[in-house]
Design a protein around this ligand. Structure first.
Ligand code: GLN
Length: 192
């Protein structure tokens, strides 16, 4: 099993370290040919406008869309925005997931925060019962899910912060910036 991490911009190296920690081979993806032989792809956090522009410049848009039709893709933060069909902004999007997102929904960098989330599917998959500690940095909110997409986790006030559509995952927060490997394990199980 080999998982790729889109390495155009953002915190891709943290995802690679996390995958290595759970014993999964991980490679950086910068060109369409790097997708060959992968079981899944992670799109990291960073700046979704920059990731989108670079993906256009490197002719990655169509190859990524094709890859996502038959493989697992997980977008964290900026990656979740890039995966969405609608970000209420004029920027390149893969348009793979039936989610509508609002960028920078919690405000600016100073409004970044951490909180514990209850994610039932994750607890069940990992056989654990402690909450998931989530880090939000200039995070988007998933305003709505529709079609085949389902809510995986929401804040206490109901705002959606994680969604799943088959083998596609979107999280507003950054599991690669914690010590908790459960989300990466969950993604690997979807990709396998
Ligand atoms: N605010 C960024 C964007 O809109 C996302 C921030 C992040 O990935 N931590 O693209």
């Amino acid at each position: 099993m080999k998982i790729g991490v889109l390495a155009l911009q953002g915190d891709f190296s943290e995802h690679i370290s996390m995958l290595k920690r759970i014993g999964v081979e991980a490679i950086e993806v910068r060109l369409p040919k790097h997708l060959d032989g992968l079981s899944g792809l992670i799109i990291p956090g960073g700046e979704s406008t920059t990731i989108g522009k670079l993906a256009v410049a490197y002719d990655l848009m169509e190859p990524l869309r094709q890859f996502g039709k038959s493989h697992a893709i997980w977008g964290t933060c900026a990656g979740a925005i890039f995966l969405s069909k609608d970000a209420k902004a004029d920027q390149p999007l893969l348009g793979l997931m039936d989610i509508k997102v609002i960028r920078n929904a919690f405000g600016r960098q100073v409004d970044s925060f951490e909180t514990d989330l209850d994610i039932e599917g994750l607890k069940k998959a990992s056989g654990t019962d402690h909450p998931y500690h989530a880090v939000f940095i200039r995070a988007p909110i998933i305003e709505s899910v529709y079609g085949q997409a389902k809510v995986l986790s929401a804040l206490e006030d109901g705002r959606i912060v994680a969604a799943q559509e088959g083998r596609l995952l979107a999280t507003s927060f950054h599991p690669e910036l914690t010590d908790d490997t459960r989300f990466h394990q969950y993604f690997v199980s979807l990709a396998g």
